[in-house]
Design a protein around this ligand. Structure first.
Ligand SMILES: O=C(O)C1=C[C@@H](OP(=O)(O)O)[C@@H](O)[C@H](O)C1
Ligand SMILES: C=C(OP(=O)(O)O)C(=O)O
Length: 431
């Protein structure tokens, strides 16, 4: 039995994680499309979400932070009130910004161009472009599948579409296009993916039928009514601290106000399957999204199998789950997760490569990985985040449990989703 290391440190205390990234993007989008002023508390001010804010400002929406307060005010212009942007829209590193906007802009009567950084320029866009073209959209892009994307919006037809992959971004793109369509939009998903768009559309007063794997948006122009939104803490950001507390001896932390929507809480199920316990307090419903305070203590874990319906419920957490598995007793298998290959990096390849350099027993599968533990992470090497925020944060936690220091090439990319990551981590480390 290998002894897990915390290098003499432990994690203690209470913390809050910043607002949920998926819900933040959607608040900006629906707030901009509503009639009236939407107030958003706890918006995630990460680079990805700021790119969405900039996009709507370019299309004439007044979005401002209230002086000295944690609240953004969005003066909605109505579904047809956006103006043609005079500049190209920079989506940066954000797949959510690019895919959701492609859907929305396909049905609005003006010309626009979306582009992104090198990583985003290599991520698949055919998955949104193809069904939108089936609805009649005018969209052009590089090699018929990659950004930059040019759109000349027009009146679209309805669609009855079975998604080939369980993607919340594709589902949301079609629903956004559907806000301006006279016919029904019906989407059948192979597995349940995050449902924040469905929840928020209903909150803004749109009549939508959402029956687990079938979503129907009736035809006709929609009117969205401005709302007050309070954004829960992001469980994907929390997962790095959850992992650190589970793996570092004598740790005990409480993460307050975390969103635990069932379509996002797969990591909790996995920890339970590994024999671990996370305590939930003060479970409540904030604007249709479930929220709780989570207490996590150091504990011994065993291996498990992660597959099937669980995968979309923890897709962004799989890099940090791989690190947890490297410290659990036995062989953990992750499969049905080929989607990891088309994120900010090929996350199967990058996590296997980088945790492997630290000494983890980890192998690649075409659609996942096999990890045996517990293993002593030796560290003492240079590793790369590959410019991917979730790989960077996983390696930062791996550094805490490695015998020798790990040098990570690029930590700047963390600002994509979690600019306060280092500061919050430092605040709970005790020596
Ligand atoms: O809709 C969203 O907000 C997201 C959906 C997921 O992507 P896919 O839709 O590609 O599965 C996820 O990985 C991404 O971080 C955010
Ligand atoms: C995949 C992610 O985001 P996006 O697709 O929006 O770039 C992520 O945040 O891990």
């Amino acid at each position: 039995m290998v002894v897990k290391k915390g290098n003499g440190i432990q994690l203690k205390g209470e913390l809050n994680v910043p607002g949920d990234k998926s819900i933040s993007h959607r608040s900006i989008i629906f707030g901009s499309l509503a009639n009236g002023t939407t107030r958003v508390r706890g918006l995630l001010e990460s680079q990805d979400c700021l790119n969405t804010v900039n996009a709507f400002q370019l299309m004439g929406v007044n979005i401002q932070k209230e002086h000295d307060k944690d609240t953004y005010l969005i003066e909605g212009v109505g579904v047809n009130g956006l103006k043609e942007p005079k500049k190209l829209i920079n989506c940066g590193n954000s797949g959510t910004t690019m895919r959701l906007l492609t859907g929305l802009l396909a049905s609005l009567d003006f010309y626009s161009v979306l582009y992104g950084d090198e990583s985003l320029s290599n991520r698949p866009m055919k998955r949104v472009i193809e069904p939108l073209q089936e609805m009649g959209a005018n969209i052009w892009c590089r090699n018929k599948q990659l950004a930059p994307i040019s759109i000349k919006g027009k009146v679209l037809k309805g669609i009855n579409y079975s998604l080939p992959v369980a993607s919340a971004q594709v589902k949301s793109a079609l629903l956004l296009a559907g806000l301006n369509v006279e016919e029904e939009i019906k989407i059948i998903q192979p597995k349940q993916s995050r449902n924040h768009t469905e929840i928020m559309l209903k909150k803004f007063g749109v009549n939508l039928v959402d029956d687990v794997n079938t979503i129907s948006l009736p035809g006709g122009k929609k009117n969205l009514h401005a709302q007050n939104i309070v954004i829960p803490g992001d469980i994907s950001s929390a997962s790095f601290f959850i992992a650190a507390a589970l793996l570092i001896p004598n740790s005990e932390i409480k993460i307050k106000n975390v969103g635990i929507n069932d379509t996002r809480s797969g990591i909790i199920d996995v920890i339970n399957k590994m024999g671990g316990t996370i305590e939930f307090d003060h479970i409540r419903n904030a604007e249709y999204e479930k929220v709780a305070d989570l207490t996590i203590k150091y504990q011994n874990l065993k291996s498990t199998v992660i597959e099937g319906d669980l995968i979309p419920r923890l897709i962004d957490e799989l890099p940090i789950v791989a690190l947890i598995a490297s410290q659990a007793e036995g062989t953990t298998i992750i499969r049905n997760a080929a989607e990891l290959r088309v994120k900010e990096s090929d996350r199967i390849k990058t996590i296997v490569q980088e945790l492997g350099k630290l000494g983890a027993d980890i192998e690649e599968l075409p659609d996942g990985m096999v990890i045996s533990g517990p293993c002593n992470l030796k560290g003492g090497v240079n590793v790369s985040s590959h410019g991917d925020h979730r790989i960077a944060m996983t390696l930062r936690i791996a550094n805490l449990i490695s015998s020798e220091d790990v040098v990570i090439d690029d930590l700047e990319c963390i600002k994509t989703s979690f600019p306060e990551f280092n500061q919050i981590l430092s605040s709970i480390i005790q020596y």
